[in-house]
Design a protein around this ligand. Structure first.
Ligand code: COA
Length: 699
């Protein structure tokens, strides 16, 4: 096999080029090739310098993450970087695209770095639960100081070339021909003779007294997901206080330890899952997309506003319809306020604001949707209302326009059946606030055309969302799995836990918010009405969400009424005695014995139903892959990324242990309604000792 690293000589300068599409990830073959090039440079006669460059769209974007699960194969990248740094002539990195992670570490080992103006550099390993492992934590502080280096490493941000230049991480920024500039720089360095002082030779400027201690205390206050950040802190502190070689050794130890950690494996899983989720097995990637430039949004309520804002922010034109001019005008005022806030926060320029508002056409006339490419309906969650609207859209909209519903639960096929073009109908399930939340479920009906699905997935990408394909069922992927989670959270309240105890246990597990706080935010009424819509499928259990129903009857709709599971003062939740009494009364009425469930029980009770329903969803083909479910829950439901999503977490627990836990709960709590009966897929995988990650849908 030919090497992904080539060698040429330009003007007395060796040019070593990595060509390993798509992003020049540093695989074993690249490491071998770079080391061989370094050896060749030492032997080649007449060279005055060397340049490390990359072909294609980017400089090396990091070590090859796909290799991280296997035992490391020599040479380590740290050895390769050391070999380049030790060459007896000046080596210059020619950076275009992104020099990230191991790619930036190679550049840091060079004697100088030239970047194209649109390039970015950075050490984003933290996003994968890792720290740099090839000297990045030691060389970067020597170039830009410990404080800034720690910031770059712990945020993982991609730093622009001008900022990197100002900080001292690159030596020059050029408009276009970065290779020519790097060759010239190598020659100039050779001539000046001042190149030998490598980044590992410099001292680290002393940070202010107490800097590392205060950063450590801040991290420890955060509580979880801090393993990698603490390791980064230790490594940068070593750079500031210990000899280079000792710092390198400490870095290597932490890096190897973190690579094997569950947190890092979880984040790597999500890195690939978020890319895999875009691929739909029966729809080729080359499927021609329907052009989408103008979107009709129907409904100016909360969801409609967020959807319109997301479309405008993505540069789409929006025709915005509601029944009364006053409703649309109120919506426009809200968008205006959202966009002005973006300007205040410098996320949007004044011109950008003007352009967004100019791309918006408010209307009360359905005929105004005649020419739009895509309609997203966000009216009331009522089948009859939606069917009537789709009948009218079918008459008005141009052929080929995609007609999408933002329903969170209703049957897309019944909505599609109201039209004569079910092939153009699908679900686009946004999450509130729709201009902020990353998740978008694209729901494919029985008749939806493949190109309509592919176009919807692409629109999701253009909106900056992570779009996940779901099949038709009540609640699709996310809300369907959420149902058992909420059921158990409320059951625990009847049994004696307070809303704050339930929420605290799940936040300690890592959820962004506890379930009671989430319902208060989304609306106790919304949750109640969703249950009503699903009555036919609910168990005949009088305890089922009895607390939520009682709160609804009292008009305690959550944050928006200042009272729900909690009482709110200036937006801050507080325990409410009245809720405690209400729960106790409900428990008495239902004959539930009160006790004190502990944190471990709360977490298990709420998570097992999520895991089990996920497996049902997979078996039914509602989700394509286990990883898709993990993307839904981490992008839309506040599931901790460092736990990888509910399917990944189930594999960490072990399916046999989940099944055994459910059996224990059945024995302890009774199982009259089948809550603790594992799904057939869970039972099978548990019995076979197989993880979910090995499961594949049989075509
Ligand atoms: N190792 C292995 N594969 C990688 C990779 C890496 N470091 N970086 C990207 N890829 C793969 C992606 O999985 C994707 O593969 P696919 O086409 O089979 O799905 C492909 O390269 C393109 O990546 P993608 O993210 O879709 O392209 P992009 O242009 O949107 O973004 C980057 C490019 C480099 C900004 C982005 O891929 C990235 O952030 N990569 C990780 C960088 C990193 O963390 N480096 C440190 C590693 S320790």
């Amino acid at each position: 096999m030919s090497s992904p690293v080539s060698f040429a000589v330009h003007d007395g300068v060796a040019v070593v080029t990595v060509d390993h599409p798509p992003v020049n990830a540093i695989s074993h073959a690249v490491r071998v090739g770079l080391l061989a090039a370094a050896e060749r440079i030492t032997r080649a006669p007449g060279l005055v310098g060397a340049v490390v460059a990359a072909a294609g769209r980017t400089f090396m974007a990091g070590s090859d993450i796909r290799e991280f699960d296997a035992p490391p194969q020599p040479p380590r990248l740290a050895e390769v970087v050391a070999a380049l740094e030790a060459l007896p002539l000046p080596v210059v990195a020619a950076i275009h695209g992104t020099a990230l992670g191991g790619g930036f570490e190679v550049a840091l080992g060079c004697h100088a770095r030239i970047a194209r103006a649109d390039a970015r550099v950075g050490l984003p390993e933290i996003n994968l639960g890792l720290i740099p492992g090839a000297g990045g934590t030691q060389r970067l502080p020597r170039l830009i100081g410990a404080e800034r280096a720690l910031d770059w490493i712990t945020t993982g941000r991609h730093v622009t070339a001008p900022e990197a230049l100002a900080a001292g991480a690159v030596d020059a920024v050029v408009a276009d021909d970065v290779l020519a500039a790097a060759v010239a720089k190598a020659r100039a360095l050779a001539q000046s003779g001042a190149w030998w002082r490598t980044s590992s030779d410099r001292p680290v400027p002393a940070p202010p007294a107490g800097f590392f201690q205060s950063r450590r205390a801040a991290l420890e206050r955060r509580g979880h997901d801090i393993e990698a950040a603490l390791a980064a802190l230790a490594a940068v502190a070593a750079a500031a206080t210990q000899p280079f070689a000792a710092g390198l050794e400490l870095e290597a130890g932490h890096s190897a330890r973190l690579k094997a950690s569950t947190q890092s494996r979880a984040k790597r899983h999500l890195f690939f899952a978020e890319r895999e989720v875009t691929r739909i097995p029966d729809i080729p990637a080359a499927t021609p997309l329907r052009p989408v430039q103008t979107v009709g949004v129907v409904g100016a309520g909360t969801m409609g506003r967020g959807i319109a804002a997301a479309c405008l922010a993505a540069g789409l034109r929006v025709v915005w319809l509601d029944r009364s001019a006053a409703d649309v005008a109120r919506g426009v005022d809200v968008l205006d306020a959202i966009f002005h806030r973006d300007v205040e926060k410098q996320r949007l320029t004044a011109e950008g604001l003007t352009a967004r508002l100019a791309a918006l056409t408010p209307t009360v006339d359905l005929d105004a949707l005649a020419a739009v490419d895509l309609v997203i309906e966000a009216v009331v969650e009522d089948m009859a209302v939606k069917q009537q609207l789709f009948r009218r859209l079918d008459r008005v909209c141009k052929p080929g326009a995609i007609l999408a519903t933002n329903t969170s639960t209703l049957d897309i096929d019944r909505i599609a059946a109201a039209t004569a073009r079910p092939q153009d109908v699908l679900g686009l399930h946004f999450f509130a606030p729709a201009h902020v939340m990353r998740l978008l479920e694209v729901v494919r009906g029985a008749a939806t055309a493949p190109d309509a699905v592919a176009t919807a997935m692409d629109v999701g990408r253009r909106l900056g969302k992570v779009a996940v394909l779901a099949g038709v069922c009540f609640g699709f992927i996310g809300n369907r799995m959420f149902e058992g989670y909420i059921r158990e959270a409320q059951m625990l309240l009847l049994e004696g836990a307070s809303p704050a105890q339930v929420d605290r246990a799940l936040v300690a597990f890592g959820m962004a918010m506890g379930p009671c706080a989430v319902i208060d935010l989304a609306g106790v009424d919304v949750s109640y009405l969703t249950r009503q819509g699903n009555r036919a499928n609910l168990p005949p259990d009088p305890r089922y969400c009895a607390v939520g129903d009682a709160l609804y009857r009292l008009g305690r709709y959550g944050r928006k009424t200042g009272r729900g599971f909690y009482r709110y003062h200036d937006g801050a939740p507080a325990d409410d005695l009245e809720v405690g009494e209400l729960i106790a009364a409900e428990a008495r009425r239902l004959g539930v014995v009160r006790r004190a469930p502990d944190e471990a029980e709360i977490v298990a009770r709420c998570l097992y139903p999520v895991i089990d329903e996920g497996l049902r969803i997979l078996a039914e083909g509602i989700a394509l892959r286990p990883a898709d479910i993990d993307v839904v829950w981490t992008a839309g439901y506040g599931f901790p990324r460092w736990r990888g999503g509910p399917m990944f977490h189930a594999d960490v627990l072990g399916l046999a242990s989940v099944a055994a836990g459910m059996a224990d709960l059945a024995a302890a709590l009774g199982n009259a309604f089948g809550y603790w009966t594992p799904s057939p897929l869970l039972a099978t995988l548990a019995a076979e000792g197989r993880p979910i990650s090995t499961w594949r849908r049989t075509p």
